[in-house]
Write a protein that binds this ligand. Structure first.
Ligand code: NAD
Length: 364
């Protein structure tokens, strides 16, 4: 049995409830492939502030950098809303992302057959949708300099700068092509090359990387068309790679295809480091009630298996358990619509069933 250490940062609100389930499932799935998962847990966010007087300590950041693979729950809540910006729970998140140097944000958008009716779009449009959106996370217009507001000739002006270097584009493009090799081997690069200079460099740089991956098909799409195509025919996409601004908007649009925020996992990757977290927040309105949907956190550890632990079979096992638990009719209140064959369940019930399913799949 080999040993692998990961850091867990449960955080606030429902964070601890959903990460507990995710860690149990991760351990069970990895054990089936002779890998023992050891966890080191640290307070983080509001809980970190309550424990250590700051949302994240330098020691925790060093531990995360040392062990490289991190599972995060969620941070934030009304209790900490009045703290100064540097002490607020969200400051810990930004610090952690920066320290780990994670520049690629991966959001799988998967419509589970059992939940196809939960979307606002028609079932036949979204059933079978399985997209991986890869968003550049540390560059582009959100970070470009100069940025300022000034007064000139009696008018007020504001400037933001959309800026990308060839190497910044190529490192995320490489991640997209690598991910496509686990999937349908198609990458769609999204830009605005008909108008923006930075998009023209984006397109050229992605094409250069494509030459290293002759087994993966590359296409390009303008961002305005992409926004339409996601609603018109989402099934056409496999891996989508795009810059920070376009990725921010398109990933939220695509998220709505799945019907519930409690289903969406994410991974943020740097060179060797991986931060895994559900997309949802700390949901203070339902914290402590035992009704949080743990499936986004569980799907996040499947991504950890795939992209960091390099255990594709364990990833597939976890994802198959998620599909089965939904097929069996289990629904936390956020998913429950009183459909035939479904029943309202709590976090623990789902957790117990997931563990049974993983164990069954391990035996088969
Ligand atoms: P939220 O995602 O926490 O909740 C939005 C709604 O979705 C709520 O009604 C909540 O009950 C529900 N919900 C979310 N996750 C769920 C789950 N797993 N199961 C069932 N229902 C779920 O967003 P919010 O209410 O805007 O923010 C609450 C707090 O979370 C704020 O302090 C915010 O800053 C923080 N936040 C943190 C992160 C993060 O840690 N990455 C992300 C978003 C928001």
């Amino acid at each position: 049995m080999t040993k692998q250490t990961i850091i867990t940062l449960p955080g606030d609100g429902i964070g601890p409830e959903v990460t507990t389930v995710a860690v149990d499932v991760l351990k069970a799935a990895c054990r089936a492939f002779d890998v023992e998962i050891e966890t080191i847990e640290r307070p983080f966010g509001g809980t970190g502030y309550d424990t250590d007087g700051e949302p994240v300590t330098q020691e925790t950041l060093e531990l995360c950098k040392k062990h490289k693979f991190v599972l995060l729950g969620a941070v934030g809540g009304p209790k900490w809303d009045d703290l100064s910006a540097d002490l607020r729970p969200e400051a810990a998140l930004l610090k952690l992302r920066r320290e780990l140097g994670v520049y690629a944000n991966l959001r799988p958008i998967q419509v589970y057959p059992a939940l196809a009716g939960a979307s606002t779009l028609k079932e036949d449009v979204i059933a079978g949708t399985d997209i991986l959106i890869m968003r550049e996370l540390t560059g582009g217009i959100y970070f470009g300099e100069p940025r300022f507001t000034t007064e000139h000739k009696g008018e007020i002006w504001s400037v933001d700068t959309m800026k990308y270097s060839r190497s910044e584009i190529q490192r995320i493009a490489r991640k997209a092509f690598e991910a496509a090799r686990f999937r349908d081997k198609r990458v769609c690069s999204v830009d605005k090359a008909n108008v923006l200079e930075s998009s023209r460099l984006w397109r050229k740089s992605v094409e250069e990387v494509a030459e290293e991956f002759p087994d993966v098909e590359l296409s390009h799409m303008l961002v305005d068309n992409c926004a339409m195509q996601l609603i018109r025919n989402p099934k056409q996409f496999d891996v989508m790679v795009t810059g920070n601004l376009f990725g921010d908007i398109l990933s939220d649009e695509a998220a709505m295809l799945t019907g519930s925020i409690g289903m969406l996992p994410s991974a943020s990757l740097g060179d060797g480091n991986g931060l895994y977290e559900p997309v949802h927040g700390s949901a203070p309105d339902i914290a402590g009630q035992g009704v949080a949907n743990p499936l986004a956190a569980v799907a996040s550890v499947a991504l950890m298996c795939r992209y960091s632990l390099k255990m594709e079979e364990a990833a597939a096992m976890i994802e198959s358990a998620i599909r089965s638990v939904l097929d069996d009719g289990y629904r936390t209140p956020d998913l429950f619509a009183d459909e035939e064959g479904t029943f309202r369940s709590g976090t623990t019930e789902i957790s117990v069933r997931l563990l049974e399913l993983v164990k069954e799949k391990a035996v088969v």
